[in-house]
Design a protein around this ligand. Structure first.
Ligand code: ADP
Ligand code: MG
Length: 347
């Protein structure tokens, strides 16, 4: 299992920022509304993510850092096969295999939690230490790659590695305006984003103020708000997710920033149901729209809300690529809405 975990680690834990990304996704999955990220030495000293999510029951803590599907890989020759499956249930195990990891969690309001430590190898009978901890989870990753010198040698400077971490945190901040996020580096506060109060019932639409905060620059005053209703493409239906009826909303919201003369670099962000994605068809279309409107450039932050049956997010292990099934229809609507907005801007 150690070999397997270290091999998996090579794919999942490519650098400190990759650990931060996985830990943030776990915190979000746990329903956290408040997340603190503490980093030292660009993540090479310590990465700590503190959340106020549902926590982990003491009985499940060992499971959480154990690779879930060991049966998937019979031997190393099969490894290529599992890579395409996307390493579900492997992030914590893979990280624990290449660092000194401490998992602390409390699943109730007793103020007491349990703590588990792993350094490369999990003991046969790991001890769960009772500790003071609020409801939620703290994961502390120290000395990343302490047992993989080659990896450690590949790391870039502290500033570069921290830059990657900051990018990841900003991306999460942009995806989820309903979460308060703080980022510290060597005990200095680097980002502090309070939850936006403007998100509506359908999505986590950002206020422009939070968007500017998260991107870290004053966006041009030319921001054009986008709101596209896609409800005509879907039946007014509901679906059961976790035994709860979820109403589907289909629409696109967000902002565009047209540029006419200067060549500044503007954010180009596409989120689908809260997940940052790379979708060439959408970005190409946006580029063509900008050209058609005689713009030298266009930044955008567009939030697509879609019924889950429109989506296939398993097309790539990184989960950044996504398939939208009625994409052509969606693009027709988006095109139509944006063209008139851009025309008004150019006029
Ligand atoms: P995955 O997220 O794909 O299930 P991970 O290795 O990232 O795999 O996490 C393993 C499990 O540990 C999760 O399924 C979850 O049950 C638990 N877990 C991890 N992080 C947290 C967290 N911050 N809060 C609550 N549970 C967590
Ligand atoms: Mg995970």
């Amino acid at each position: 299992p150690l070999l397997i975990n270290q091999l998996a680690a090579g794919e999942v834990v490519t650098r400190p920022a990759a650990v931060v990304k996985e830990l943030l996704e776990n915190a979000i999955d746990a329903g956290a509304t408040n997340i603190e990220v503490h980093i030292t030495q660009g993540g090479m000293g310590m990465i700590e993510v503190v959340d106020n999510g549902v926590g982990i029951h003491p009985d499940d803590m060992v499971m959480a850092i154990t690779r879930h599907a060991t049966s998937k890989v019979a031997d190393v020759a099969n490894l290529h096969g599992i890579m395409t499956l996307g390493f579900r249930g492997e992030a914590l195990a893979a990280t624990a295999a290449v660092s000194r990891l401490t998992l602390t969690s409390s699943h109730d309001n007793s103020g007491i939690g349990r703590q588990l430590q792993v350094a490369g190898v999990l003991d046969d009978t790991p001890t769960l230490l009772p500790v003071v901890h609020n409801r939620g989870t703290t994961i502390t990753v120290r000395d990343l790659y302490f047992n993989v010198p080659a990896r450690r040698g590949n790391l870039k400077s502290i500033a570069t590695e921290f830059g990657h971490i900051e990018t990841i945190v900003r991306e999460v901040a942009l995806a989820r305006a309903d979460i308060t996020l703080m980022l510290f580096h060597d005990n200095k506060k680097r980002l502090s984003l309070s939850a936006s109060t403007t998100h509506n019932e359908h999505n986590n639409r950002l206020s422009l103020a939070r968007l500017e905060q998260a991107i870290g620059s004053a966006l041009t005053k030319n921001a054009i708000e986008v709101a596209v209703d896609l409800s005509s493409l879907t039946q007014p239906s509901s679906e059961y997710v976790n035994n709860k009826s979820v109403n589907h909303h289909a629409g696109i919201s967000g902002w565009l920033w047209p540029v006419r003369d200067q060549k500044e670099s503007l954010p180009k962000l596409i989120y689908v149901n809260g997940r940052l994605v790379k979708e060439a068809l959408i970005s190409n279309q946006l580029r063509q729209l900008a050209q058609g409107a005689q713009l030298t450039g266009m930044g955008y932050a567009l939030y697509f809300d879609m019924p889950t049956h429109w989506l296939n997010i398993n097309v790539h292990p990184s989960k950044q690529r996504i398939k939208i099934s009625p994409l052509n229809n969606v693009m027709v609507h988006l095109n139509h809405a944006l063209r008139s907005k851009l025309k008004a801007f150019s006029a």
